[in-house]
Design a protein around this ligand. Structure first.
Ligand code: SF4
Length: 362
């Protein structure tokens, strides 16, 4: 058993909540609680669970229930299809399985309304089958412990989490282990303000070590895509008889850190050349520009978290343009552009626009 697994089990035995279905971990009670708790807070679910068990203490009695009464009992929980599926599954159990829950994960999944998660919970908690459960709490705990950069809502991400969960599973005690990691996510490693200070897994937690706890887990659907509008100036000038341009070095913290692109004015929205007039760099550029013209249409370039809209202007310059260079802008011979690491956006622009440097081609 891994150190993480054993710490989780110790934590669970010390801090687990006293929940009514934990006192009767029969397949019927586990199933009922799991269906009620889907999309429902635990403490709201408890009252419903108790009413259901009082009224229908076993699957045979539930299977014989009137649908209207089941729906009435469900009232307030929402998602009424869950209540209808509950009743259908109870009838399935009585008619096809003699009122006995199947003990294999794949067989449990055949019950109406029972998905991967619920089947894994029933198989492991009620039947001690070594099947890991993965719910939102488990995704969060694993993504932080192992600093997983894959979004949880992609098929590649799901596979990664499935493997991690299977690795940590305690095969001798899968039910307790599954409940432990879910409970740990619900109480300790919470979505907001997890209690890292008092966490028994802190020394094993990569997200904590990397100061990334609040960034994980990643969810592609929730990643906010930022739009950026880049106005690039591709300088074309002669200096000491050679053809030069200017390249900008992208500093730390930039998405293209360590790469080079052209001098750029970034704006919050698309702007025309005239609207750039107030920018300091543009003012200085105009004093050495002979002609400025836009090259092609604005190009859209998509990164994971950003959409870039790049407009390229070719600026034919007279002597003195070399004065524009500074700490981040370097004078670079046009013939040596290929020696610099360039983002794909810039590389593609140069590839598709081979004859932009007229000064030097003339
Ligand atoms: S250290 Fe914090 S983020 Fe890491 S497992 Fe513990 S509570 Fe979760």
């Amino acid at each position: 058993m891994s150190a993480i697994t054993s710490l989780l089990l110790n934590w669970f035995s010390a801090y687990k909540r006293d929940l009514p279905w934990r006192n009767f971990p029969t397949p019927y009670h586990i199933w009922l609680s799991e269906i009620i708790l889907q999309q429902t807070r635990v403490y709201q679910g408890i009252a419903y669970y108790i009413r259901f068990v009082d009224r229908w203490p076993d699957v045979q009695q539930l299977a014989a229930a009137d649908e209207q009464e089941v729906l009435k009992m469900w009232q307030g929980l929402g998602y009424y299809s869950r209540a209808r599926n509950l009743l259908t599954a109870a009838k399935q159990l009585v008619n096809q399985y003699d009122g006995q829950f199947p003990n294999q994960y794949t067989e449990i999944k055949k019950l109406k309304g029972v998905g991967d998660y619920t089947a894994a919970a029933i198989a492991s908690i009620a039947f001690n089958q070594p099947v890991p459960v993965i719910d939102g709490n488990v995704f969060r705990v694993l993504s932080r412990l192992f600093a997983v950069d894959e979004p949880i809502d992609t098929s590649a991400g799901k596979k990664t989490f499935q493997l991690l969960a299977a690795e940590l599973l305690d095969h001798d005690n899968p039910g307790d282990y599954n409940q432990a990691i879910m409970e740990f996510g619900a109480l300790q490693c919470t979505p907001k303000n997890p209690d890292c200070e008092n966490c028994p897994l802190r020394d094993h937690c990569l997200a904590f070590a990397q100061n990334r706890v609040n960034q994980l887990p990643l969810k592609i659907g929730k990643i906010k895509v930022r739009k950026r509008f880049l106005n690039y100036f591709v300088i074309d000038g002669k200096y000491q008889q050679k053809c030069y341009t200017l390249l900008r070095y992208r500093e730390n913290g930039d998405v293209w850190q360590g790469l080079y692109d052209f001098p750029c004015i970034e704006t919050a929205a698309p702007v025309s050349l005239e609207e750039l007039g107030q920018e300091d760099f543009f003012q200085r550029l105009k004093t050495v520009a002979i002609a400025i013209r836009q090259q092609g249409e604005t190009v859209k370039h998509v990164l994971t978290h950003q959409q870039l809209f790049a407009t390229f202007y070719i600026v034919h310059c007279k002597d003195g343009f070399e004065e524009l260079k500074n700490k981040s802008l370097s004078l670079v011979a046009q013939s040596e552009l290929g020696n610099y690491p360039l983002p794909r956006l810039i590389d593609r622009f140069l590839f598709e626009n081979k004859n932009i440097f007229i000064n030097c081609n003339a």
